[in-house]
Design a protein around this ligand. Structure first.
Ligand code: FES
Length: 94
């Protein structure tokens, strides 16, 4: 069973260089905003924290459930509803 999450950390690092990947270049700031909005709309008691690098830059955009939850890699804005569904499921004990 997954640990009950209390938050989501989203990497919003932007390196402004094409030679090194960074999550903001993949749209992570919009993903963080959409997660925040979706959590609010669904009444889910998680907070969104924006961080500068989760150490998985080549797999971004990256986010992670906290504490100690799973990573989501190569995240797209369109993935947000499924991520929220998964969080809801975990909170229901699924
Ligand atoms: S830039 Fe996002 S994990 Fe490093």
């Amino acid at each position: 069973m997954s640990e009950r999450p209390s938050g989501i950390v989203v990497c919003i690092n932007n390196r402004f260089t094409a030679s090194r990947p960074s999550c903001a270049l993949g749209g992570s700031e919009a993903i963080a905003d959409a997660l925040e909005q979706g959590l609010l709309e669904r009444g889910l008691p998680l907070t969104v924290e924006r961080l500068h690098c989760l150490g998985e830059c080549a797999k971004g955009p990256n986010l992670r459930l906290t504490p100690g939850g799973r990573f989501f890699h190569h995240t797209k804005l369109a993935d947000v509803p499924a991520i929220l569904d998964e969080i809801e499921n975990i909170l229901k004990g699924g």
